[in-house]
Design a protein around this ligand. Sequence first.
Ligand SMILES: CC(C)(COP(=O)(O)OP(=O)(O)OC[C@H]1O[C@@H](n2cnc3c(N)ncnc32)[C@H](O)[C@@H]1OP(=O)(O)O)[C@@H](O)C(=O)NCCC(=O)NCCS
Length: 195
Amino acid sequence: MRGLFGPVQLRKAEGAGMKHDVSAFISPEFLIRSAIEVWEMAGAAALRHQVFVREQGIFAHHDRDQIDQIALPLVAISTLAADPAEVVGTVRIHEAEPGVWWGSRLAVAEPYRRVGRLGAELIRLAVGTANGRGCTEFHAHVQMQNVPLFRRLHWHLVEEVTLHGVPHAHMLASLPHYPAIADAATGWMARARRG
Ligand SMILES: CC(C)(COP(=O)(O)OP(=O)(O)OC[C@H]1O[C@@H](n2cnc3c(N)ncnc32)[C@H](O)[C@@H]1OP(=O)(O)O)[C@@H](O)C(=O)NCCC(=O)NCCS
């Protein structure tokens, strides 16, 4: 069951003498794991488009690139009545050379930001999964406004760079803080802080 309600805009029921605004619905539980189903991969692609093309305008038309051909997409999936409902967070990881992994295209749907620690959980899955596959270095180009988030999650700054015309921080994860995850497809459940 998915897409029944969408993340925020539930129907406003207006009847005789009755007004229900249920637009504040936020899924209380999330699956954190690799994308398995076709709709999950499509959901991750749609979320990336929403965030990096429409919201941030970093890319004019689309954000796909050659890394997508080899990357493992990871997702945070909202649930509805315990069923997977909608992709509300994503990141991708790939091994650029033996042992050297990169994470990129981290995005959480706007209504779900700072709700379920989804960004932090996706980063944990990303680095832990790479760690379980022989990672010796885990890199990311982080938008400057997110550097404090990554620092708190045990990443350190390597250098500042400009990518797609936008300032980024090249950062490295501290691997001992990310225990190896053997099976990204199983993942785990995360709970919202509210809802
Ligand atoms: C960056 C992003 C993925 C973070 O996702 P999120 O789910 O909101 O982050 P979390 O809830 O996991 O945050 C974890 C902690 O970091 C904090 N935090 C989140 N974003 C932060 C920021 N930009 N600066 C400082 N702290 C931040 C949260 O408050 C939370 O702290 P707490 O656990 O003490 O409450 C999300 O804001 C997003 O998609 N932004 C737009 C796209 C983007 O910038 N992508 C990243 C490219 S590098």
